[in-house]
Ligand binder design. Structure first.
Ligand SMILES: [Zn+2]
Length: 120
């Protein structure tokens, strides 16, 4: 998709809506690889120069996500990617797999999740 100010605003809106349903702080959203590189090195540690390869990334500890708008094909793909990254933020211990995908589907359907409680 082509990033313009309208799309940028829309992405911030969608992220805000899902963040509130998932009981997580509204994340800072980066939308270009340039924005990833412009962040302080420690903030985006682990994926900086490789960011262009991915549809999206979640920097869990920072309340920060990257949505690679250039790689996103349409609105459905966009919403999927945003929800995918926000599920990473809400369930930081969970890696990709069946359970993860189920949570993404539930999220897309509008499910709310209570705040994350760190397990003892
Ligand atoms: Zn992921």
């Amino acid at each position: 998709m082509k990033l313009d100010p309208d799309l940028r605003l829309k992405i911030y809106e969608i992220s805000g809506i899902y963040a509130s349903r998932f009981s997580i702080p509204e994340p800072k959203v980066l939308l270009t690889t340039r924005e990833v590189l412009d962040m302080p090195r420690e903030t985006t540690e682990g994926a900086r120069t490789s960011a262009y390869k991915y549809l999206g990334l979640s920097y869990n500890k920072q309340s920060l996500i990257f949505i690679n708008v250039r790689k996103v094909s349409d609105e459905k793909d966009l919403e999927n990617t945003i929800v995918h990254e926000l599920i990473h933020q809400r369930f930081p211990y969970l890696s990709h797999g069946k359970r993860f995908n189920k949570l993404v589907r539930q999220g897309l359907r509008g499910k709310k999740f209570p705040p994350y409680q760190k397990r003892k």
